[in-house]
Design a protein around this ligand. Structure first.
Ligand SMILES: [Zn+2]
Length: 490
């Protein structure tokens, strides 16, 4: 038996100015063949679970590609063609196909990245079973459901069950191959655009939907997946859905999908994040810091690079400075041009520099101007550190050349590369102890929380105008099928 196993992950924010070339799909670009196998074997990816299952089954493995990019704008046409073609080319002679996909990929030459790939695979190998593991933020489409035999999504956000999801999807596919079951897959998509900030699996309506999925799996269903979708995507349906795999019982699969979807629809308001005006958030943070012995976190979730943000907008810092906050640790802020200027001035120099707001946000019609700030270059470094926190522990990270720029009220970590503040190391490698600040301005939604919440007095979500904002009125959706909640239905 020969099994094709491949990984192709990208969450596309179609409004993002950040390009997605082939080189973005891995630290050194995508890997192919034997190297794709080695990159996943023993890791916690869905692909690694596929590898383990296939090896246990004594199968011959074909691993054409492993490619995973951080969220950003639409995938370059050439990159999409190269990555999907090498999967399609590997099909001849394979008895099964297992794919580790995200489910919210849009390319310059494909509005439905995963769906179009699955259509081509089905056509290249009619009758060969296809199993797919997807991210919880997948925008599931008819082409995806119609051209796969088994789809299973993550049940956690923050995501920690990639391996388990791959194992689940893979097990169902090997059961099918062995004739132990005949899976029937049905789905229900809701006209509901959920906010990422309301898709955490440990609380609220999302948690209740996932509990319902687990209960169905504990009784009759082989797999039940709740997809929050990724709404910052101008496609037909960047929406929530439920996908159910049942054994030989399509009607029961449909009934389960309908029932859980109805539960989610009844709670639709709970999937929508209503943003507080930025000035109010900053005023609230100021009050919370009064008498606090630990920093108050300002979460600038409108500019999160792990959702396609440019990591360079200045709105939250500007508002904080305007309201007289001080003791603000900021970072990372990506501005390679400013880094070069500050490094040229040297440590200890006082410099006036135009900072941030340099990446055009034309996808949402925003054109900002850099902010002129005067301060002292405290440290210059290479921005390298090893993650000590709970997310990606031990992984070596690099922000490019990095400067700690001190304006008096704010100490800003300015970097050459975008970086999620997922570890204390983003500050410590620049010589800043974040515990000693009164405020910490983090361009993050979720990843910073397990690291920075324990050292903080409070957390305030600040919605700034950026390509990862939760304010849908900023985004010129033109392709989304209407009506949809909450754009049309209050
Ligand atoms: Zn996700």
């Amino acid at each position: 038996m020969k099994v094709l196993i491949a990984r192709l992950n990208h969450e596309t924010n179609t409004f993002s100015p950040v390009p997605t070339p082939l080189a973005a799909f891995g630290p050194d670009g995508p890997t192919f063949g034997e190297q794709a196998y080695r990159d996943n074997k023993g890791m916690r990816t869905a692909m690694s679970a596929f590898i383990d299952l296939a090896e246990q089954a004594g199968a011959t493995l074909v691993t054409p590609v492993s490619a995973s990019a951080n969220p950003s704008g639409p995938v370059d046409a050439q990159a999409y063609t190269t990555l999907t073609q090498c999967i399609v080319d590997a099909v001849p002679g394979c008895d099964a196909i297992l794919l580790d996909l995200h489910g919210a990929m849009v390319a310059q030459n494909s509005m439905d990245g995963e769906g179009d790939l699955l259509v081509r695979l089905r056509a290249a190998a009619p009758g060969v079973p296809i199993g797919v593991a997807l991210d919880l933020h997948a925008n599931v489409t008819p082409a995806m459901v119609g051209n796969a035999d088994v789809i299973v999504g993550f049940k956690t956000y923050p995501h920690i069950d990639m391996y388990e999801t791959g194992e689940h999807a893979g097990r169902l596919l090997f059961d099918l191959l062995a004739g132990r079951s005949k899976p029937a897959m049905r789905w229900h998509q809701l006209p509901l655009m959920a906010h990422t900030l309301r898709s955490a699996s440990f609380t609220g309506a999302m948690q209740r939907a996932i509990e319902a999925a687990r209960e169905a799996e504990a009784s009759e269903s082989l797999a039940v997946s709740i997809f929050a979708g990724f709404s910052l995507s101008d496609i037909e349906a960047p929406c929530m859905s439920v996908v159910v795999v049942d054994a030989e019982a399509p009607e029961r699969a449909q009934a389960t999908a309908d029932r859980i979807a109805m539960q989610m629809w009844n709670e639709r308001e709970a999937f929508v994040y209503r943003s507080e005006p930025l000035a109010e958030s900053i005023a609230r943070a100021k009050a919370l810091a009064d008498g606090a012995t630990r920093p108050v976190l300002l979460l600038d979730h409108g500019d999160n690079c792990m959702s396609g943000g440019s990591c360079d907008t200045m709105d939250v810092l500007q508002e904080a400075l305007a309201q007289g906050l001080d003791g603000i640790g900021v970072g990372p802020l990506c501005d390679p041009e400013a880094v070069a200027k500050l490094i040229a001035a040297g440590e200890g120099a006082e410099v006036t520099v135009a900072l941030g707001n340099k990446v055009s946000l034309e996808g949402i019609g925003l054109f900002k101007k850099p902010v002129t700030l005067t301060g002292t270059v405290r440290t210059v470094g290479n921005g390298e550190y090893v993650i000590t926190g709970p997310t990606y522990t031990g992984q070596r990270s690099s922000m490019g050349r990095t400067v700690l720029f001190d304006t008096g009220a704010a100490r800003i970590v300015v970097t050459e590369r975008t970086q999620e503040p997922w570890d204390i190391g983003v500050f410590e490698c620049a010589g800043l102890d974040p515990r000693k600040e009164r405020f910490l301005l983090l361009k993050s939604r979720m990843y910073c929380r397990p690291v920075f919440e324990p050292i903080s007095a409070a957390l305030v979500e600040c919605d700034s105008p950026g390509v990862t904002s939760s304010d849908y009125s900023l985004f010129p959706f033109s392709k989304v099928r209407r009506p949809v909640f909450p754009l049309d239905m209050a």
